[in-house]
Design a protein around this ligand. Structure first.
Ligand code: SF4
Ligand code: SF4
Length: 311
């Protein structure tokens, strides 16, 4: 369902959608830049329970995270764009593999790719509205992107806490444009949550990290524990993952039927099955840089990856 506004000075939603699709995004929605109070409340409770583990940056800027109007002066709208990254490595590794890598991390760092794509969208919006003021977000600044994505009608929050979309599942990278112009038609949230009785992600999580309220306990989450700083790291089984974890997404029926990524900017840059534990442990920094320097794996670094293998 769309909310319509009759004002020719507003940016047309169609212009935004077309610009996003042209830039290579698969889905896009637009929602007003309002404060999402109820989700802010639940997030505060999650923090109070210590579920953010060592991710202390999540405790900062709470007043902005759920209120996009505090991120850009006079913000009126949030454009939420998503691009699917599902590859042949996204739906699981061979049994016994002990060097598993989350599939998003095999491609060029999404912070770079999404920023480039959002810039292309913003260029088109600036051409239409030269005085437009905006900021681009790619998981690098405080913005509750899944919450705004849900409000923009892209999907629902799955039991595994991720945004799940009917056509592309959850293996999507999100980017947002917060801007000071209104839009002539806003999207509205989906009326239903598509998980139904399914609990496959909950059952697939090796460490029981998925909580009943559709949040994750980062202290028990491999994705967090293989990447974030070692200080305060919990000693949990890593189930063969050496960077990130896709277990709760690989089993999701929406990811099983989702199409493979068709955006060449997100193609895997190497084949993780060519690297067994022995190969990783004997790898030099030079070799790591040679094939992984553009990937998000540099965030953890080779030493940490080796540590994950032997822990
Ligand atoms: S990413 Fe892995 S460890 Fe974290 S909740 Fe999902 S299945 Fe569990
Ligand atoms: S696996 Fe099932 S419960 Fe989990 S997010 Fe997917 S549909 Fe929802």
């Amino acid at each position: 369902m769309l909310i319509l506004h009759q004002n020719i000075s507003m940016i047309p939603r169609n212009l935004i959608i077309n610009a996003a699709l042209k830039a290579g995004f698969d889905i896009v929605g637009v929602t007003p830049a309002v404060h999402i109070e109820d989700e802010n409340f639940h997030f505060s409770k999650w923090l109070s329970a210590g579920c953010n583990a060592t991710l202390s940056y999540l405790e900062r800027n709470q007043e902005k995270r759920f209120d996009a109007s505090k991120l850009v002066d006079g913000a009126r709208s949030v454009v939420v764009c998503g691009v699917a990254y599902l590859s042949k490595f996204s739906r699981g590794y061979p049994t016994g593999c002990n060097t598993k890598i989350a599939s998003y991390a095999l491609a060029k760092d999404y912070h770079v790719v999404i920023k480039e794509m959002l810039s292309e969208v913003a260029d088109e919006l600036k051409a239409y509205a030269p005085n437009l003021r905006f900021r681009l977000f790619t998981d690098s600044a405080p913005l509750a992107e899944k919450s705004y994505a849900r409000r923009a009608g892209l999907g629902w929050i799955g039991r595994n806490s991720l945004l799940v979309t009917p056509d592309y599942g959850s293996m999507l990278l999100l980017g947002e444009i917060v801007m000071d112009e209104a839009v002539d038609e806003y999207d509205t949230p989906m009326q239903s949550v598509g998980c139904g009785e399914c609990r496959r992600c909950v059952d697939a999580c090796p460490n029981g990290a998925i909580r009943d309220d559709r949040t994750i306990d980062a202290r028990r989450c491999i994705s967090c524990q293989t990447i974030e700083p070692m200080a305060g790291k919990e000693c949990i089984p890593l189930d063969g993952w050496i960077f990130g974890c896709d277990s709760c997404q690989a089993v999701c029926p929406y990811n099983k039927k989702a199409p493979l990524c068709k955006n060449s900017r997100l193609n895997p840059l190497f084949d993780p099955l060519e690297f067994d534990a022995e190969r990783w442990l004997s790898m030099s920094e030079e070799e790591f840089t040679e094939f992984a320097s553009e990937t998000p794996m540099t965030r953890a670094g080779l030493a940490r990856i080796k540590e994950n293998i032997i822990s």
